[in-house]
Design a protein around this ligand. Structure first.
Ligand SMILES: Nc1ncnc2c1ncn2[C@@H]1O[C@H](COP(=O)(O)OP(=O)(O)OP(=O)(O)O)[C@@H](O)[C@H]1O
Length: 309
């Protein structure tokens, strides 16, 4: 049973469509990164899965049932983008309150606070919490009731790098225990090792979805070889230019060469370079998730990154 399945989903708030023909699914034990510029439709997608809104076209099924149905919603954890709590209450009081609303056991509250690194702040009022602590309290709230589907909207906002890495590690533990997780973000640095698949939204459509290998194949972006010549650079440039391969070469100030080559010709190029006997060292850089994101979003998407539509 999929955690959720969107089939040919379109949604519009008023006139202009926000999502058009979206097909996307999440399986248990999987972390999906949902990426897109400001206003791309990430939160709208989450709201459709939560059943807060109904699409004008297409179907949304969640945990084998209907989005928004009480028997489905009790198995969903959700961390909204701008999490707010009543400042006079303590962390423990807040989680107890949400646990009652969700019909979850109150006994898990101290353990959850410990899991998100807030054990010492259990009985402190939220007004004394830092931004990162409030964000972690939001995560603990989302984890109440051991959700089968966890949806996190910009979960790393306000977290320092150590807390961000802690969060990703915690998500991996939950994933390994079978939880399906959606991580919505426009912050890509650092997230790559922690997600199983990425979905890239722009202009209301899903531009690409898959694991990094599949996305790299789809993007067909060049691989970059950084070569340090052994002794001067006599034949290397000529070897690249005369290779007949789809490649370009530039010499950097420090004398090293930057060679861009089509992904399927990477090994052929490496063999040619090594055959010159002039390679002292060689580094291979595949496109990162950020490179792939920029590739699919394109300049039109980048123009929207400030939220301009
Ligand atoms: N309640 C609403 N009424 C009308 N338009 C809305 C509403 N909520 C969102 N929109 C519009 O829908 C589009 C998608 O918004 P959404 O919040 O889903 O984007 P997002 O990808 O989550 O953006 P961000 O990264 O900035 O949070 C935007 O153009 C936004 O202005």
């Amino acid at each position: 049973m999929s955690c959720f399945r969107l089939e040919n989903v379109s949604y519009r708030y008023s006139r202009s469509p926000v999502l058009t023909g979206i097909d996307l699914a999440l399986e248990p034990g999987e972390i999906l990164g949902l990426f897109g510029h400001n206003g791309a439709g990430k939160t709208t997608s989450i709201k459709l899965i939560l059943g807060l809104m109904t699409p004008q076209q297409g179907t949304v099924s969640v945990l084998g049932g209907t989005a928004g149905a009480p028997e489905v919603s009790q198995h969903i954890g959700y961390l909204p983008e701008n999490v707010m709590f009543y400042p006079q209450l303590t962390g423990s009081e807040i989680l107890n309150h949400f646990a009652r609303l969700k019909g979850a056991s109150l006994e898990q509250v101290p353990r959850l606070m410990e899991q998100v690194g807030l054990a010492d702040a259990l009985h402190s009022r939220v007004k004394t919490y830092s931004k990162g602590m409030r964000q972690r309290l939001g995560l603990a709230q989302a984890l109440l009731g051991k959700p089968k589907l966890l949806m996190l909207d910009e979960p790393t906002v306000g977290l320092d790098p150590v807390a961000t890495a802690d969060l990703y590690r915690l998500l991996r533990t939950l994933r390994d225990a079978g939880t399906g997780i959606v991580l919505c973000s426009h912050v890509l640095p650092g997230v790559e090792p922690y997600i199983d698949r990425a979905a890239i939204l722009t202009g209301g459509t899903l531009k690409a979805a898959g694991n990094l290998t599949a996305l790299r194949r789809q993007a067909n972006m060049p691989v970059v070889l950084s070569v340090i010549p052994a002794d001067g650079n006599h034949q290397l440039e000529a070897a690249v230019m005369g290779s007949g391969l789809n490649a370009s070469v530039t010499q950097k100030r420090n004398g090293s060469l930057r060679i861009e080559v089509a992904p399927l010709q990477k090994m052929a190029m490496v063999r040619r370079l090594l055959a010159t006997g002039e390679v002292r060292d060689l580094d291979i850089s595949e496109p990162t998730l950020e490179d792939i994101y920029v590739h699919f979003i394109g300049s039109g998407g980048l123009a929207h990154r400030g939220g301009v539509q």
